[in-house]
Write a protein that binds this ligand. Structure first.
Ligand code: ZN
Length: 444
């Protein structure tokens, strides 16, 4: 990466000429000329399956989405803050049917969103910003904890985290959290583990005696130093908050004994049903609950939609012109490794620790192809070795619900996710300029 501009001198510009020199090399020319276009990727042996017979659609749809925006002060010491927003909205089939798919009326959309949406916003210091005398490290830990207790959502999201982490839905909940690395061991001592007892939100580490939060379990501190936090802390928080917001809806129906209603709901999330790296501590609690609900006779319909990334690119490549409408394909572990991730399939089964949904490629019609992830009712490693659509929770009802949600405005888009996106999008609220002013107004 070129050097940044200093106070007196302009920054370095990447030289365009450098690329030309490379192309002049006889060896490079020879290699490039010999690159061949693959015949066709649809030569791959892809086991498309046709949709199961049509069944009753799900009639209440919840969608969650989030956005984030880093704002950097351009003057030393280059302070940096991240703003994050998430939103959950509800729309029923009747309302969906009333929306004009080609030309949705802005006022109709506004009314719909005003009545049926909740949102959450927060801000993290990423670099050289201090809060109540705390370092970035401790301030960010504290803000993450307080943000999950957001009063505007009546602390419901924190309650959902406890409900999942302590398995409070179970007849025999956990007596403590799974051990996690104490956040104080990174900064001033030997690495050691910490835990909290049933239902605690905060407590004291048994080894070092310092305060730990339930949110430390997720390991945000592993991506932070004393004075700076990685941008990935902000994106991880956003993904976890979206997930918890969705499960707050599920918990509401579960605990208020409206479980029959829960069976008629579809929960949509923008992005895959995946929680990466250390944050994946939430994945097992989620899988445990979904399996428990399924075995109790309450299959819960959740769908994550990927709009970009290697799976979406692969689906586009795969289809070319010949898209078999109303068909789906579930890639198995070997296929994902060899054809999509370009790695040998000898490693751990794909998504074993990080995913709570299986990948499904769906072709609705020529214009609409979706990469979805949907929870399954058997262990992920078993499923991904030999995928079986009958093990996907509520697959037939989810497929039956998709047609009414297809957007005519954007390709491969689902209307409830579009709506949630328009609420969660930061760009529709304060502009970046306003955020900058707001964030650094006291610097003069
Ligand atoms: Zn400790």
């Amino acid at each position: 990466m070129p050097y940044q501009a200093g106070r007196n001198l302009p920054g370095e510009r990447a030289s365009k000429l450098g690329h030309l020199e490379v192309l002049r090399s006889p060896l490079v020319q020879q290699i490039v000329e010999n690159f061949e276009q693959p015949e066709a990727v649809d030569m791959l042996d892809v086991a498309w399956e046709s949709f199961p017979p049509c069944t009753e659609p799900l009639d209440v749809v919840f969608a969650v989405d989030g956005s984030w925006q880093p704002v950097t002060d351009e003057r030393p010491p280059y302070k940096k803050i991240a703003f994050i927003k998430t939103a959950l909205m509800m729309v029923d089939q009747a309302a969906l049917n009333r929306i004009d798919k080609d030309e949705p009326h802005p006022l109709a959309l506004r009314d719909l969103m005003a009545k049926a949406a909740v949102y959450h916003a927060t801000a993290f210091p990423l670099r050289h910003v201090y809060l109540r005398g705390l370092s970035v490290y401790d301030a960010t830990r504290q803000i993450i904890f307080e943000s999950l207790k957001d009063d505007s959502l009546q602390g419901e999201v924190m309650e959902t985290l406890k409900w999942l982490a302590y398995e409070k839905w179970s007849k025999s909940p956990r007596s403590s959290l799974p051990d996690f690395q104490c956040p104080h061991s990174e900064i001033d001592g030997e690495a050691h583990n910490a835990t909290l007892s049933f239902d605690q939100e905060e407590g004291v580490c048994q080894t070092c005696g310092k305060k730990v939060f339930i949110t430390d379990m997720l390991g945000f501190h592993l991506e932070m130093s004393e004075n700076a936090a990685s941008e990935s802390v902000a994106t991880a928080y956003m993904n976890i908050h979206e997930t918890l917001l969705l499960f707050t809806g599920i918990r509401h129906f579960w605990e208020s004994n409206k479980r029959e209603t829960l069976k008629r709901c579809l929960f949509l999330k923008d992005g895959p049903l995946q929680i990466r790296a250390q944050y994946s501590k939430l994945v097992n609690p989620i899988r445990n609950f979904l399996l428990h609900a399924y075995l109790q006779g309450y299959p819960i319909s959740i769908v994550g939609q990927e709009k970009t990334g290697i799976f979406v690119d692969h689906l586009n490549l795969l289809l070319g012109k010949n898209a078999p409408s109303n068909h789906f394909f579930i890639p198995d572990h070997v296929y994902i490794c060899e054809q999509i991730q370009s790695r040998p399939p000898s490693g751990a089964p794909y998504g074993k620790d990080t995913n709570y949904g299986a990948k499904v490629f769906i072709v609705m019609n020529e214009r609409c192809r979706l990469v979805l992830s949907i929870p399954i009712c058997i262990p992920m490693d078993k499923f991904i070795q030999s995928p079986d659509s009958s093990k996907i929770i509520n697959f037939d009802r989810i497929l039956a619900t998709l047609p009414a949600m297809l957007s005519s405005r954007h390709e491969n888009a689902l209307i409830p996710i579009e709506l949630a996106n328009s609420i969660a999008s930061l760009s529709t609220y304060p502009s970046v300029k306003v955020l900058e002013l707001f964030a650094f107004k006291s610097r003069e």
